[in-house]
Design a protein around this ligand. Structure first.
Ligand SMILES: Nc1ncnc2c1ncn2[C@@H]1O[C@H](COP(=O)(O)OP(=O)(O)O)[C@@H](O)[C@H]1O
Ligand SMILES: [Mg+2]
Length: 189
């Protein structure tokens, strides 16, 4: 990650304000669809998946300086793809937000894509190095209001699941190595 060291106090203050502002934006983005029932239905458009992922990552990089993002993008992904860019952004915001929480704001998040030519499916994997998700919790994970956090809404993954299914896709969770959670999304093209 790019680290900017600023010396002038004015600039530091300005930077701090930007960070506070950005943090509020992320909070509002994550909370935006807290009313799960009010989720808009999807509107498919031609969009660049990798660009959406990059843009989402950049929302977080200025704020979480101890979080490192690594991307492995397959050049075989059809570009543009027919997806709902706003809703997909929400998917990545929620998955990244959860990964950051799981690692207590410190660690690496991997985002990778691949294309299954036989099935004509796009695979997106997001993996972290937190404690992972116990097997017995995995069934309820995507249900609305399931949360293990003090102030959690438990709606993040329900929204993720909803958006992915509206794209006729699927999402599953597995264990990352050596530890952590790994979410695998598949979307048909
Ligand atoms: N990357 C992850 N690592 C570990 N646990 C996770 C991860 N993502 C989600 N979870 C678990 O799933 C629960 C539900 O997540 P979510 O639906 O986003 O709601 P919330 O973040 O408000 O708790 C979390 O409370 C947490 O227990
Ligand atoms: Mg969440």
């Amino acid at each position: 990650m790019k680290v900017n060291k600023r010396r002038s106090s004015g600039i530091i203050e300005e930077g701090a304000n930007t960070i506070v502002q950005e943090a509020r934006t992320i909070k509002s983005l994550v909370d935006e669809f807290s009313n799960f029932a009010r989720m808009p239905s999807i509107r498919l458009q031609s969009a660049d998946l990798h660009l959406i992922i990059e843009q989402t990552i950049s929302l977080f990089t200025g704020i979480f300086s101890d979080i490192e993002f690594e991307t492995q993008f397959s050049p075989e992904i059809p570009t543009p793809l027919l997806i709902d860019p706003d809703q997909m952004r929400r998917v990545f915001i929620n998955l990244i937000d959860n990964a950051i929480d799981a690692m207590n704001k410190k660690g690496k998040i991997l985002l990778s894509t691949s294309f299954d030519k036989v099935q004509q499916r796009v695979n997106i994997v997001i993996a972290d190095f937190g404690p992972g998700i116990p097997q017995k919790e995995r069934d309820r994970l995507f249900h609305p209001h399931y949360s293990t956090k003090k102030k959690g809404t438990g709606l993040g993954l329900a929204i993720v699941n909803q958006v992915v299914s509206e794209h006729n896709g699927s999402i599953e969770v597995e264990t990352n190595k050596p530890h952590g959670a790994k979410f695998r999304i598949q979307i048909p093209t």
